[in-house]
Design a protein around this ligand. Structure first.
Ligand code: SF4
Length: 356
């Protein structure tokens, strides 16, 4: 896939934009000042493949917590700041790696200069986040409703403020809860700005709702080569965000070292207890970091044919399953041995095909 080349930015040791891979990010839902909970959540996100994590910085205590959180975690950290320029400065001084802040929302030119100056000094990039639901009043009135053109106009204002101060370590996002508006806005942005784009559908809802909306909108954009970093927003545990985004990137051919689970929907031919096996293997595969196709098929009629193309497969029979490796049946397993044996085979495949 041809990716749109953008100006790259450095976030600690991570590059976003240019020819780099699409960076996976998420956001903590803990109180940042609750250091124990925040660190635990970041470590959990790291273990699942999150590469960059944002935290809400709402007061001085949150800003101070950054130092210890940074010392106890590994991936770069982003401070999400609204309105208070002093918190942006405090976040940088406490070791943050990137800031999300709209320069037009932090008051006087002196305030912006102070933030830009400290960001330049510490090489900290800034993401300007345009949200269709919070466009400036005059822009909203001009267009009558949130539109992609209005979102571009808003972004141009914020970007101009930073560019006037010769600051170009910028990343942009154009989020909306409407997937079609997201697609239109990001397409326009890709033709308007040289800066890397952070993809996201905002307030996307629960796991299923978000997976559908985000895959539709962001999958479309990724397939057009648009997007340098991505966050899937899901209500609840942020680990779910990583699960969805990895599958999405994998489907777009943009992520290696991620398993793929194939499972038939079951039908009247299924004569074994398949669903618990699928659920358990799906969860187990989140701990595996290699490219492996695992197929779990309901019957011996269509199962073996489909399973031929998988690395490891099960084709169910009557309370039993055929274990198939690269299309060759190697064992017949009773129902209660299927999960354990399948895990064993997956582990040994992963050991042979270590991460690149
Ligand atoms: Fe039905 Fe077999 Fe197809 Fe599964 S693989 S949907 S059980 S025919």
């Amino acid at each position: 896939m041809l990716r749109t080349e953008t100006r790259s930015i450095r976030v600690r040791d991570l590059m976003i934009g240019g020819n780099e891979h699409v960076v996976i990010q998420s956001m903590c839902n803990t109180r940042t000042k609750d250091i124990e909970k925040t660190v635990a959540q970041i470590l959990q996100l790291e273990a699942c493949g999150c590469e960059l994590v944002r935290m809400a910085i709402i007061d001085e205590e949150d800003a101070k917590a950054i130092r210890e959180i940074r010392n106890r975690t590994h991936i770069p950290l982003v401070a999400d700041i609204h309105y208070d320029y002093r918190l942006a400065i405090a976040a940088v001084e406490n070791g943050i790696d990137k800031i999300r802040l709209n320069p037009g929302n932090i008051g006087s030119k002196e305030n912006v200069q102070a933030v830009v100056s400290v960001c330049k000094q510490h090489h900290i990039p800034i993401r300007i986040g345009i949200n269709s639901g919070s466009l400036e009043k005059d822009i909203h009135e001009k267009y009558g409703k949130p539109t992609a053109a209005g979102m571009m106009e808003s972004a141009k204002r914020h970007v101009a403020i930073l560019e006037e101060l010769d600051f170009h370590d910028i990343c942009l996002s154009f989020k909306s809860s409407d997937p079609l508006l997201c697609i239109e806005a990001y397409r326009l942005a890709s033709n308007t700005f040289p800066y890397p784009l952070h993809l996201g559908v905002t307030e996307a809802g629960t796991f299923i709702g978000s997976a559908i909306k985000s895959s539709m909108a962001l999958g479309t954009l990724l397939n057009e080569g648009i997007g340098d970093t991505i966050r899937i927003s899901v209500n609840g545990d942020p680990v779910n965000e990583i699960t969805i985004v990895k599958q999405l990137l994998k489907c777009c051919g943009l992520l290696k070292n991620t398993p793929n689970l194939i499972a038939c929907p079951t039908c009247g031919r299924t004569a074994w207890d398949m669903q618990p096996v699928v659920n358990e293997i799906e969860s187990f595969l989140t701990t595996i970091d290699c490219d492996i196709n695992v197929a779990i098929m309901g019957c011996a009629v269509n199962g073996p044919g489909e399973a031929k193309h998988a690395d490891i497969a099960i084709a169910g029979g009557k309370q039993e399953g055929l274990l198939i490796k690269k299309g060759v049946v190697i064992e017949k397993l009773p129902q209660d041995k299927i999960v354990e044996r399948l895990k064993q085979e997956i582990r040994s495949f992963a050991a042979e095909h270590k991460k690149d």
